[in-house]
Write a protein that binds this ligand. Structure first.
Ligand code: NAD
Ligand code: IPM
Ligand code: MN
Length: 368
């Protein structure tokens, strides 16, 4: 019997709504796999935790996460206006999410950008651009760069307010994410796009040097270097050229949201945040305050994060594939959540909980 403790951080906005659907799937996976037991522990995290106990990442939650075998996290954050009700350093991004990433040193962020050909109608791109579908793995460095560099704000002797934020990387940080990217490329098409800005940033010069050094250990992998601005265009004009893409933290934040854009919705973007000792799983998107509380969010990103957890933390590769398959067959039957289709577009529009229920129904049909 394998027993796994999973910390569930519901988060803010649509977080709790999509977590409910993820838990339905986890419970079914447990029921269908007699050798596996999940202990699910909900813990406060994010703005909701701040309002509950004054800390967006409370000590109680830290302990639960420390003891957990894996962490499943919903999105955190408030609308621009609501955020102002929380002191800057306690806001959930700076006060909870970055500390979570730092605590477990989850340096490798896997953000799959995936749309099978049969679901091409969800994408804003033309059918001929999508071709056989979109299948890209964005690998984002997650604990370095501008996000974690030294910060300073102040006023010059002339009374001008200024801010300074350091973009820092060392070769150890770059080498470890490079290895993750090359290992991933070896398991896929052996093509790696290295995204950089070495025409301006010295950090990208070091980044590229280390990429080239690591490349020597992977002679079978073809490495293609692309400037980040051009990469943004190519993602729209010719996504089929990409298989694995690797980039620093900030570039990865932006390009992965563009990945959601070419699929048709951020609701299709799950992710895995992996360190050497601990991994946590979360949708790539935010708390979507504009649709929170309406039961219309797309839970695919959250359930996809469960699939990534099953594979990457528990070695349940087949069941992970089954979960992906179940979600895609719900869409293939003509169902859609409102983020992906306009009403009257010939789709059967469903809400958050119906999507979860249908996924559960489909999963039940698949052999373990
Ligand atoms: P967002 O990702 O929350 O929303 C952008 C757009 O995508 C919105 O129109 C939203 O409705 C839509 N969307 C996102 N997820 C969806 C889903 N599952 N189903 C249907 N539609 C979906 O970005 P934002 O509005 O810029 O940010 C809101 C808050 O989320 C901010 O406080 C931000 O800091 C935070 N945030 C948190 C995370 C995280 O927890 N990892 C990630 C990104 C943003
Ligand atoms: C993401 C989010 C976070 C990031 C924010 C909320 C700090 O946008 O996970 O993509 O920028 O990393
Ligand atoms: Mn982001």
């Amino acid at each position: 019997m394998s027993k796994y403790k999973i910390a569930l951080l519901d988060g803010d906005g649509i977080g709790p709504e999509i977590m409910v659907e993820a838990v339905k799937v986890l419970k079914l996976v447990e029921a269908r796999n007699p050798g596996v037991e999940f202990e699910l522990i909900h813990s406060p995290f994010g703005a909701s935790a701040y309002f509950e106990c004054g800390d967006p990442f409370p000590e109680k939650t830290r302990q639960i996460c420390d003891e957990a075998d894996a962490i499943l996290k919903g999105p955190i954050g408030l609308s621009h206006e609501e955020s102002k009700k929380i002191p800057v350093d306690k806001q959930p991004e700076r006060g909870a999410l970055l500390p979570l990433r730092r605590r477990y040193n989850t340096y490798a962020n896997f953000r799959p950008v995936f749309l099978p050909q049969g679901l091409a109608h969800f994408s804003p791109l033309k059918k001929e651009i999508i071709g056989n579908g979109i299948d890209i793995m964005i690998i984002r460095e997650l604990v370095g760069g501008l996000y974690f560099g030294e910060k300073q704000t102040g006023v010059t002797p002339d009374g001008v307010r200024f801010v300074r934020e350091m973009l820092e990387y060392d070769e150890v940080q770059i080498r470890r994410i490079a290895k993750v990217a090359f290992d991933t490329a070896m398991k896929r098409k052996k093509v790696l796009h290295n995204i950089h800005k070495s025409n301006v940033l010295k950090s990208s010069v070091l980044w590229n040097d280390v990429m080239e050094e690591v490349a020597k250990d992977y002679p079978e992998v073809k490495v293609i270097h692309i400037l980040v601005d051009a990469a943004a265009t190519y993602l729209c004009l010719n996504p089929g050229q990409f298989d694995v893409m690797v980039m620093e933290n900030m570039f990865g934040d932006i390009l992965s949201d563009q990945g959601g854009g070419i699929l048709g919705s951020l609701g299709l973007m799950p992710s895995a945040c992996v360190g050497d000792k601990k991994a946590y799983y979360e949708p790539s998107h935010g708390s979507a305050p504009d649709i929170a509380g309406k039961n219309i969010a797309n839970p695919y990103s959250m359930i996809g994060s469960v699939a990534m957890m099953l594979e990457m933390s528990f070695g349940m590769d087949k069941e992970a594939k089954n979960v992906w398959h179940a979600m895609q067959s719900v869409f293939a039957q003509g169902y859609s959540t409102p983020d992906l289709s306009k009403p009257g577009a010939g789709v059967k529009m469903i809400d958050t909980s119906s999507f979860g229920n249908l996924v559960v129904e489909e999963l039940r049909k698949l052999p373990v």
